[in-house]
Design a protein around this ligand. Structure first.
Ligand code: NAD
Ligand code: WQD
Length: 338
């Protein structure tokens, strides 16, 4: 299958491009480099020993997108493109709604024009908002307690896709709700390279371990969890990438929705301890106040994906810490330092 990855130069996109290539698929990458470096695509090419056509375009620009689709004629699209920083989305809601909603709309319009039927969409556990119950299953209510525009864009795009599917039943749409992606390719050549100060825990811990930042701030130790710190379902990015390949292999008309997570919860302090094991030294941290909008715990039941896609996670949190540390050591300043 020829698969076009929007946002394919990003963290999850590059890992998925490699997984697709390893399973015999052809890859086309589209990205406006708003939060990525073309060096990441070059590294993916180096790892796979193949060339991956790359188009620097904004997916919201429908004419440019149409030209790429007509030139490359993909069989399927994975729509990773989107802005994803939660705090930034609160400060810049218009930019987030504009980019995330319009890119999804342009894409579906051009898919219909070009008769492309298969779409995989990067959604997020954030759509569950304040979890109705744990572990989260796909039929849990969504949309109650979403606290930021980023999360609402995922919720709204999911709804748009369900509505479009009713009118265009030939479309095969898979919504993947990722839990907390972490880790890096075992080669250490590609990994997560956040712009500026990382928002997410794992890249922050990695940068403290590498000496780039002085200490981890632990956002609250009074949650209702095993040690009072927030519990999340961390999933190795290689497992997540494999989930996309499985989703395409099982793509069928209508909308299918899957949680992609490990099914296991890990607290902030447990993650720091696992990273200390991986890097071989202690990681300074300090307990500070809660971050606005954070919930106690979020983890999924990944059974539906196991049963219907034949997919399950293979990597542990220890593997993810090892691979993050490897990436951090080889690329202390990310791609830019190369
Ligand atoms: P990322 O920022 O590394 O990748 C997203 C890519 O999209 C970037 O390379 C960016 O340059 C590109 N992009 C953004 N707007 C674009 C546009 N209009 N046109 C073309 N390219 C555009 O993020 P990621 O972690 O790889 O996430 C990929 C997708 O998964 C995103 O949609 C994100 O919201 C979603 N997701 C991520 C996480 C996470 O924690 N990483 C969790 C759940 C869902
Ligand atoms: C994890 C835990 C924090 C940073 C976010 C988005 C979600 C999805 C994944 C895209 C929490 C704690 C964090 C730090 C800390 N992204 N923490 N110190 O909030 O579960 O999910 O990323 O879709 O939509 O909301 O992930 O990595 O930010 O936080 O103590 O410096 O680590 O409080 O308990 P989160 P995270």
């Amino acid at each position: 299958m020829k698969v076009l990855l929007t946002g394919g130069a990003g963290y999850i996109g590059t890992h998925t491009a490699i997984a697709l290539h390893d399973q015999g698929h052809q890859v086309v990458i589209v990205d406006n480099l708003a939060n990525a470096s073309q060096e990441a695509v070059k590294r993916a090419e180096q790892i796979t020993g193949t060339s991956m056509p790359f188009y620097e375009i904004d997916v919201c620009q429908i004419d440019a997108l149409r030209r790429v689709m007509e030139a490359t004629k993909p069989d399927a699209i994975i729509h990773f493109a989107g802005l994803k920083a939660v705090g930034e989305s609160v400060a810049q809601p218009l930019r987030y709604y504009d980019n995330n909603l319009n890119s999804a709309l342009s894409l579906v319009k051009v898919m219909l024009e070009c008769d492309v039927q298969h779409l995989v969409f990067s959604s997020s556990a954030t759509v569950y908002g304040d979890p109705e119950r744990l572990p989260l299953t796909e039929d849990c209510r969504i949309g109650v307690g979403i606290t930021n525009p980023y999360g609402w864009t995922k919720y709204m795009i999911e709804q748009m896709l369900r509505d479009i599917s009713l009118a265009e039943p030939q479309l095969a749409i898979t919504i993947l709700r990722y839990f907390n992606p972490v880790g890096a390719h075992p080669s250490g050549l590609i990994g997560e390279d956040p712009l500026g100060i990382p928002n997410n825990l794992m890249p922050f811990v990695a940068q403290v371990a590498g000496g780039r930042r002085p200490e981890v701030q632990v956002f609250g130790n009074d949650f209702d969890t095993v040690d009072g710190t927030g519990v999340r379902d961390y999933i190795h990015v290689s497992d997540l990438a494999a989930g996309h390949v499985a989703a395409l292999d099982h793509s069928q008309p209508g909308v299918s929705t899957y949680n992609l997570g490990s099914g296991r919860g890990t607290s902030v302090l447990e993650l720091i301890a696992a990273f200390e094991q991986a890097c071989g030294h202690t990681i300074p941290y300090r307990i500070v106040g809660r971050r606005a909008g954070d919930i106690d715990s979020s983890y999924c039941d990944p059974e539906l994906a196991r049963r219907l896609l034949g997919w399950k996670t293979e990597h542990t949190i220890e593997d993810a810490c090892r691979d993050s540390w490897h990436w951090q050591r080889l690329n202390p300043m990310g791609y830019i330092s190369q």
